[in-house]
Write a protein that binds this ligand. Structure first.
Ligand SMILES: [Zn+2]
Length: 75
């Protein structure tokens, strides 16, 4: 058992994030597949866009912050 790097809840051995943040990440990725085709956004631009949208859930925001901090491109 390991810990989610975002919230320190327990995560599964084979997964980096807890189930809550993992689900938010999967939703982000699923939506990106649609948006990338529709709007010609790359992954980082997409994350910036989603992060700026009003009403985005806190799970999703925390995942985006985590991704960007790991990439060293938090803006
Ligand atoms: Zn978490």
């Amino acid at each position: 058992m390991s810990e989610c790097p975002i919230c320190t809840r327990p995560s599964h051995d084979d997964e980096h994030l807890c189930p809550y943040h993992q689900l938010a990440l999967e939703n982000l990725r699923d939506a990106f597949d649609v948006w990338a085709d529709a709007m010609d956004l790359d992954w980082n631009s997409y994350l910036d866009y989603v992060y700026a949208v009003d009403g985005v859930g806190s799970w999703v925001r925390e995942v985006i912050e985590h991704i960007k901090s790991e990439n060293g491109s938090l803006e």
